[in-house]
Unconditional design. Structure first.
Length: 404
């Protein structure tokens, strides 16, 4: 729909229907209580990005407010200021005339001021014999008064978002530092593991951040960087436990051997039947629960499983678990193998394991055997879903680059 010269109660100017609607709403509003004009101005400055305003636009708004005689915007005092462009330019730090007009238009477009034009297009005021302003033509500040509460709310939201963004960047900085130190220490001490590949994962995460990241970009990288840090820590802890166990075994062996070097029978295990006792079952090792990962991360790493959900969409964990049951049947994983995985890993993590197996189904000969092997490792505390998810993310990212 075209815009043109629309006749309104505020003068004859080129306007859009949106501006006409905004002016009519302001004209019909109920009287508002007075507000501090500089408080409103600070709120606009805080929320300037919401309106797409530049610093020059704010300087022009500041200049307009400086022509309003009172500190508080009030319906009783009138809300129209009528400075000339020359006067406005001086108070806006010498801004050029064409630039001034452009930023005035931006303020009107943002709905923060309104034009109230005179019949001849000039700005002036009619005064009574006592010098009081009876009517004025120029720029109305009524939208600032009418939207004061809204502007305060927007300013609060922007401030909270800025704080969240700052916290996210701080968390990323600390996490990056930890991961870098852990990788360097592992390499220097010759710890077992493909540390070059892990370092590549770290570098790829860092490279995903654009030059001017948004908070969503930082949050996504923080989430995966924290997961990488936890997996590195888990890997190093498993090695430390293994070294400690081996060391204790060597010490125990030396102690038994040295306690009676002439006795050989003491080193041989005696059966329960020989002792006249029933054999006791081997105690099961109880592993710590597997770490849970956000559903959004799982779906980003394993997008194929969504094809097996109703409507090809997964929004909740229960939908993922339902899709995993379908995939289990399709991959010919036995119900007993999947049930055992659920008992050891938990229902959600077992579904995640199925989703990861689906991503690599073309490289796995027996999905059921593979799942049973993962379940046994999880029961021993030697398995985490983090590396599988990271590998799936890396594979999908590589596929996207090749297709691009």
């Amino acid at each position: 729909m075209q815009s043109g010269n629309v006749t309104t109660p505020f003068g004859r100017r080129p306007m859009t229907l949106a501006l006409v609607k905004g002016q009519l709403e302001t004209a019909e509003r109920n009287p508002s209580k007075p507000v501090d004009k500089w408080k409103v101005f600070r709120d606009v400055c805080e929320a300037k990005d919401v309106f797409g305003l530049q610093d020059r636009s704010l300087a022009v708004l500041h200049a307009l407010l400086s022509f309003y005689p009172d500190t508080e915007l009030s319906d009783e005092s009138g809300l129209v200021v009528f400075p000339s462009n020359a006067q406005l330019s001086i108070r806006a730090h010498g801004i050029a005339g064409t630039t001034l007009r452009r930023h005035l238009a931006a303020l009107v477009e943002a709905g923060l001021i309104q034009r109230r034009d005179s019949p001849n297009g000039k700005r002036y005021a009619h005064r009574s014999r006592g010098g009081e302003i009876e009517d004025a033509f120029g720029f109305s500040l009524a939208p600032l008064l009418a939207r004061a509460a809204e502007l305060a709310g927007l300013a609060q939201q922007v401030a909270e978002e800025r704080l969240r963004f700052k916290r996210a960047k701080e968390a990323l900085t600390l996490c990056r530092r930890d991961v870098r130190k852990l990788i360097s220490a592992a390499m220097e001490e010759g710890a077992d593991g493909d540390w070059e590949e892990i370092e590549g994962m770290y570098l790829s995460l860092v490279a995903r951040l654009p030059r001017s990241p948004r908070r969503e970009d930082v949050d996504a990288v923080v989430e995966e960087m924290q997961m990488l840090r936890e997996e590195i820590v888990n890997l190093l802890e498993i090695q430390l436990k293994a070294e400690k166990t081996d060391g204790n075994a060597v010490q125990d062996g030396c102690h038994i051997q040295n306690s009676n070097p002439e006795s050989i029978n003491e080193l041989e295990p005696s059966s329960g039947k020989e002792q006249g006792e029933m054999p006791s079952p081997e105690p099961k090792r109880v592993a710590e629960p597997l770490k849970a990962f956000p559903l959004s991360m799982v779906l980003r790493a394993c997008p194929q499983i969504a094809d097996y959900a109703p409507g090809s969409r997964i929004d909740h964990w229960r939908e993922l678990m339902s899709a995993a049951v379908v995939v289990r049947s399709m991959l010919k994983v036995s119900p007993s193998a999947y049930q055992e995985a659920c008992e050891v890993m938990g229902d959600q993590n077992a579904a995640v394991a199925i989703a990861c197996i689906l991503e690599r189904a073309g490289h796995i000969n027996s999905a059921g055997g593979y799942l049973r092997d993962l379940t046994r490792k999880a029961a021993r505390g030697e398995f985490g879903l983090g590396p599988m998810l990271m590998a799936a993310m890396r594979a999908n990212a590589g596929a996207e680059k090749r297709s691009a």
